[in-house]
Design a protein around this ligand. Structure first.
Ligand code: KIV
Length: 288
């Protein structure tokens, strides 16, 4: 496949993402999560290819212990804000846990709401068990990104966040999941929390791009949670996260400085204060 030319202003589309399969490893598909307007704008302007309104918003921004409690309405608030911040990147949104588990019809209904709100694709977790749903979504012209391996919405079933595909049986299951999703029609698949050699073999075997998170160096793209790379998440970070900034520390420092300035009478100063143009007359008015 030949890649559509990439420029700073070219809108990222599904065909363009497909064309990035098997590109040389210095030109990976770069994906990050965003949950609000300013971060979406920053990622988009910096040149991120895919912005995901991840259900990780549940833990990163809403204070839940896992992604499981997140609702459709909560997701919609974040999707709308991110949509307003993005011009170039492809916008993908997670379907939250419970919104696609009852039956295919309600799942498609929810996905259509997200698409009408500006998502350009949706992501769902799970492999073989999602085959008929993916086909149904694709039939409704909804592009689908798959997600296999460590699927955080399976937290209760897995008994925590556990790396998958470490033994032969589990590795074969992850591979079959990825192949099944491709056959069903997904345009790309996230490989999360699996050994590098398994991710590499799956990437070789698939015709669609793989996006890795904790899946080593040989996927067609990489995704991380933006709050993790910016240093906003307070808790233990998994080994695959690279933190580029300590935003939590910077924000705390700025807050402490503001408190101190207010308490010391350093804020506001003269330059941060309004004055009347007719001072004498205003004083008269105030007296009366
Ligand atoms: O919700 C999320 O953050 C994800 C990851 C793949 C980044 O699904």
């Amino acid at each position: 496949m030949s890649a559509t030319p990439r420029s700073q202003f070219n809108k990222i589309t599904i065909p363009y993402i497909l064309s990035r399969k098997n590109k040389n490893k210095t030109d990976n598909i770069v994906c990050l999560t965003a949950y609000d307007y300013p971060i979406a704008q920053i990622l988009d302007e910096a040149g991120v290819d895919v912005v995901l309104v991840g259900d990780s918003v549940a833990t990163t921004r809403l204070g839940y212990n896992s992604t499981i409690p997140l609702t459709i309405d909560e997701t919609l608030i974040h999707l709308r804000a991110v949509r307003r911040g993005i011009r170039r990147a492809l916008l993908v949104t997670d379907l939250p846990y419970g919104s696609y588990h009852l039956n295919n019809q309600t799942a498609v209904k929810t996905a259509l709401v997200f698409i009408k709100e500006g998502a350009e694709a949706i992501k769902i977790e799970g492999g073989q068990k999602r085959k008929s749903l993916v086909k149904r979504l694709v039939k409704a012209e909804i592009p689908v990104m798959g997600h296999v391996g460590l699927t955080p919405q399976s937290y209760n079933v897995m008994g925590g966040y556990r790396v998958q595909g470490k033994n032969l049986e589990s590795a074969e299951a992850v591979r079959t999941d990825a192949l099944t999703l491709q056959d069903a029609g997904v345009f790309s698949v996230v490989l999360e929390g699996i050994p590098e050699n398994l991710a590499s073999a799956i990437t070789e075997e698939l015709d669609i791009p793989t996006i890795g998170i904790g899946a080593g160096r040989y996927c067609d793209g990489q995704i991380l949670v933006s709050d993790d790379i910016f240093g906003l998440t307070p808790n233990h970070k998994p080994k695959f996260v690279r933190q580029y900034l300590d935003l939590r520390q910077l924000l705390s420092q700025a807050t402490r400085q503001f408190i101190s300035d207010c308490n010391n009478g350093n804020f506001p100063n003269q330059n941060e204060t309004y004055f009347p143009t007719e001072f004498g007359r205003l004083e008269e008015v105030i007296k009366h």
